[in-house]
Design a protein around this ligand. Structure first.
Ligand code: FE
Length: 337
């Protein structure tokens, strides 16, 4: 009698634990939460969210070790995913299904890209003609003619570290070190503020160029950040560099299953859900990122920025993680605060 009762409890417990996932995420979109509700309603699997910044979450997962109840870790930069992978946080996932839908350059055997973002250049058409920047590459931003031109955030920003890591991967350390010295010399002001602050600087004609991720510009245009930012964004145009070479630098938001995940099957189901056309459409229409799978209709704002640009389709984004530390050292050495 007693044993069958224990067995009964066990059954309930297994069922309960099988019906949830614990998601650690550094993404901060209200719309993501609405999407997780769709997952809950269609699968009956509850999504418990633990949100925070990547370093503290990573630390927590490491400290809790095999008692960590987390199933998934969702991060917003390929370098961060690589860092978590290097620390042994993720479980290797062999999924033919996922490998088939996510291009090789946007995944490793430990994590999968969910959305793409481009880190591009912005200019003010009242100050700079389209003709002048027709064939512009990231590399050219170090040219003498662009002295006091570039607004960009600080070197501790992970998106900037990934951009420099991409340069190292494609051009080598020696080239990048020299390039950085000249590039930093071309800054229009002390690096400060977030990505949107750089675009504001170009709108105010304080800087000739800004570097910022695409979705921040679309976010400003959407009006969700207020009328003032919307007006500023309208004064500024996006420019996709390196069209005649590697293609524009791309980064990802991506997710991996945690090593001690108690709900691995559900965790994989969740990743598959995020990569479904419906979920992708929901994400990109709310966050203004690019879908990672083909055939997804993006928001009008993203379309208006131009979808026909050449994306870098060869650099493996895991190389950003590989070079990020070196990149940061070189950036500091070049005087990038
Ligand atoms: Fe961001």
């Amino acid at each position: 009698m007693f044993f069958s009762f224990v067995f009964f409890l066990l059954l309930i417990f297994t069922n309960l634990s099988a019906n949830e996932i614990n998601l650690f995420t550094t993404r901060h979109y209200e719309s993501d939460i609405n999407l997780y509700k769709v997952f809950e309603n269609t699968t009956g699997i509850k999504v418990n969210i633990v949100s925070g910044k990547s370093k503290p979450l990573e630390k927590r997962i490491l400290e809790e070790g095999d008692s960590c109840k987390g199933d998934l870790f969702f991060l917003a930069d390929a370098g961060r995913l690589y860092s978590a992978q290097e620390k042994g946080i993720f479980e290797k996932i062999n999924s033919k299904k996922l490998e088939k839908i996510i291009p090789n350059q946007f995944r490793s055997s430990y994590w999968f890209g969910v959305t793409k973002r481009a880190r591009i250049i912005y200019y003010n058409p009242e100050e700079t003609s389209q003709e002048e920047i027709k064939d512009l590459n990231y590399e050219d931003l170090a040219n003498k003619e662009f002295k006091n031109s570039v607004a960009i955030r600080q070197s501790n920003n992970v998106y900037n570290q990934s951009l420099v890591a991409y340069m190292i991967e494609n051009k080598g350390i020696e080239y990048t070190e020299k390039w950085l010295k000249k590039f930093v010399n071309n800054f229009s002001r002390q690096p400060q503020g977030n990505d949107r602050a750089q675009i504001l600087s170009v709108a105010a004609k304080e800087s000739k160029f800004a570097i910022a991720n695409t979705y921040y510009y679309a976010l400003m245009l959407s009006g969700k950040k207020g009328k003032e930012q919307q007006l500023a964004a309208k004064k500024v145009k996006p420019f996709f560099p390196n069209q005649n070479s590697t293609g524009t630098h791309m980064n990802i938001s991506g997710i991996g299953v945690l090593k001690h995940s108690p709900n691995k099957n559900n965790a994989i189901k969740f990743i598959e859900f995020l990569l479904s056309p419906k979920a992708q459409e929901h994400i990109v229409n709310n966050s203004y990122e690019y879908p990672i799978i083909d055939g997804v209709k993006t928001s009008k704002l993203i379309q208006e920025m131009g979808l026909n640009f050449k994306q870098d389709n060869s650099t493996k984004v895991s190389s950003y993680g590989k070079w990020q530390k070196v990149a940061f050292e070189l950036m500091q050495k070049a005087g990038w605060n």
